[in-house]
Design a protein around this ligand. Structure first.
Ligand code: M6R
Length: 596
């Protein structure tokens, strides 16, 4: 969603630094952009649409920029950030929502020109400046008036400072020898520095040649604690691939190994974070792709570790007054760690006394910071809006957590747990084999890229992967796709089957529902439907029923969801590419969904 990038320091190319930073934030999704920098008044560049490759060059050592994903007010140049005060001497970029902006406008009699909630901030700062407060104090007093969520960056044409603040929306400061960068996320900073300070809620920083950190409610100074990020800058670049999505699909063997690093020892799971946590019940909360990972987790944890599990849409969990007993562990899964629905559900769970374990990819993200225990997926920055490598690493952690509790609860023998650990270490090799066959999947995509609808069908532990296959296809290719447990097809969706409707079946031999899936394939075939089947290599029975086969290496049940995921990601990717879609930045979507 919206992104902020800003610079203050010794360099004179602040405008192009900020433009480049905004380009790095493009993957989050946006519909307009803007940059502000001080002159006599504030100079402003802003437009609806894409950030241009070339931008006005004017020397400046201070600039702030914003990419907007519209919430309040339409997609117009006027509503694009940064917003200015009435005298055009203050500029503010804002992420989040100011819930009480109407009350503030009437309390201070402010003259709003745009349809955004954000404009209230520069107007309020101007109001306090006119009462003879300093710039810093005017910003601080303004922040105290605001309710809702925000990350803000403010500049004034009369001061060589950048003032930033956070309440509920992420904001990161990066330190270099030439000055400070400010960004909504870490990947955009990696080209400049790995030394970052993640602002906490209620904190503001005054940045010029130095940094001063404060709590803006109490006006007390704080010690900044910078951390070193271990992500590599190349992970946030395309490295010769046409799209981030393809690069990230291809990276999956490596990301699985990164996730497992140091977490298996002597053929046993090593998750010290879980010591002393012995849940009687687990509730998994997540959204979108992470929710699909959660359902795979349900099959693994219930089936192998024998712990009752429920998987809830985070957005529903929060509002239905759920029962959370003592000894319930709530597991929040989120790639970004900033998803507003998941964060709100996590807070609700904590309010009800649950311990929260989060599975996150982004270090120091809000969900990670508010959880009792965090397991990082270590997928590296995921730049494609469609989640691929983050999903596979979520599955990897859920698999390891299962092995941990299966060992602890003695629901599997020592030997079986050892097999689980050995198997997952060999998984990257199998995934490489599937990736090597990507040309074959591209050929199949060529036959179906003009389809208008598609069904994804699988049973048992493959059912969430069918849902994920459908989500991948619809979000990047805009083809309407539905995922179903295969048996449910005959309770409605079968009415849609005809020669124009491809069904993608997950029909590998590694689950006990294999025979049943074959029957479901017969039902589609009998109605003239086209079938693409994911089958275990050498399976003649599936070959006879399907129009196209994607062969997969034979594997064990618990690893099967990993393997079947890969061809579905590639299928969605090639279809979207053939349709010439904006794969890394699909329309209307945002990488990190920070509104409820
Ligand atoms: O960052 P999160 O994992 O919390 O995001 C949840 C969903 O918004 C996300 O998985 C979304 O469905 C992706 N676009 C899927 O590719």
């Amino acid at each position: 969603m919206c992104g902020i990038f800003a610079y203050v320091g010794g360099r004179k190319d602040a405008i192009s630094l900020v433009r480049d930073g905004l380009k790095q934030l493009e993957y989050r999704g946006y519909d307009s952009w803007g940059i502000a920098y001080p002159k006599n008044e504030i100079a402003l560049l802003k437009e609806v649409g894409h950030i241009p490759d070339k931008i006005l060059e004017e020397p400046s050592s201070l600039a702030l920029g914003h990419t907007r994903w519209a919430t309040h007010g339409g997609v117009t140049r006027l509503n694009a950030h940064p917003h200015l005060s009435s005298n055009k001497k203050i500029a503010v970029a804002h992420n989040g929502i100011i819930e009480n902006f109407e009350q503030v406008v009437s309390k201070y009699d402010l003259d709003m020109k745009t349809k955004t909630d954000s404009e209230v901030i520069p107007l309020l700062i101007e109001y306090f400046l006119e009462q003879s407060y300093s710039f810093e104090e005017s910003v601080r007093r303004s922040l105290q008036e605001l309710e809702g969520t925000f990350a803000i960056v403010a500049i004034s044409s009369a001061h060589k400072e950048l003032i930033v603040a956070r309440l509920g929306s992420p904001l990161i400061i990066g330190e270099t020898k030439d000055g400070f960068f400010v960004s909504s996320d870490i990947p955009a900073l990696l080209g400049h520095t790995k030394k970052v300070l993640v602002l906490n809620d209620g904190e503001m920083a005054i940045l010029s040649g130095s940094l001063e950190l404060k709590n803006f409610y109490e006006n007390v100074s704080l010690d900044p604690s910078f951390i070193e990020i271990d992500w590599d800058v190349s992970t946030a670049e395309k490295s010769g691939y046409k799209h981030f999505m393809l690069k990230e699909i291809m990276e999956q063997p490596k990301t699985i190994l990164d996730t497992l690093q140091g977490r298996i020892k002597d053929h046993q799971p090593l998750l010290p974070e879980l010591e002393g946590i012995n849940p009687k019940r687990i509730i998994i909360i997540a959204c979108g792709t992470s929710w699909h990972a959660g359902i795979v987790g349900e099959f693994l944890l219930e089936g192998l570790a024998k712990i009752p599990v429920e998987v809830e849409y985070a957005s529903e969990f929060r509002y239905r007054d759920p029962l959370v007993e003592k000894d319930t562990l709530v597991v929040a899964i989120s790639q970004s760690g900033e998803t507003a629905d998941t964060l709100a559900a996590l807070r609700e769970a904590k309010k009800k006394g649950a311990k929260v374990l989060s599975i996150c990819n982004v270090m120091e993200s809000t969900i990670a910071r508010e959880s009792d225990i965090v397991l990082y997926t270590r997928a590296g920055p995921e730049m494609g809006v469609a989640s691929t490598k983050a999903f596979i690493t979520q599955l990897t952690l859920l698999y390891l957590i299962t092995a941990h509790y299966a060992s602890k609860n003695k629901t599997l023998s020592v030997r079986q747990v050892q097999d689980m650990c050995d198997d997952v270490l060999s998984l990257p090799r199998y995934i490489e084999q599937v990736l090597d066959e990507k040309g074959q999947i591209e050929e199949i995509a060529k036959e179906y890229f003009e389809s208008r609808n598609a069904l994804f069908l699988g049973r048992g532990i493959h059912y969430p992967i069918a849902l994920e296959g459908a989500l991948k296809l619809k979000e990047i290719s805009y083809i309407h796709a539905e995922g179903y447990p295969a048996a449910e097809m005959k309770h409605g969706p079968i009415a849609l089957i005809d020669v124009n409707m491809p069904s993608i079946f997950i029909a590998t031999r590694d689950t006990h529902t294999y025979e049943k899936v074959l029957s479901n394939m017969q039902e589609v075939r009998a109605r003239g439907g086209k079938i693409i089947a994911l089958a275990t290599s050498g399976d003649r029975r599936v070959t006879e029923l399907a129009d196209h086969i994607i062969s997969l290496p034979r594997t064990r049940y618990a690893l099967s969801p990993f393997l079947v995921t890969i061809p579905l990601q590639l299928f969605a990717y090639y279809i979207a590419d053939l349709r010439d879609c904006n794969i890394d930045k699909p329309r209307n979507l945002a990488k990190s969904v920070t509104v409820e």
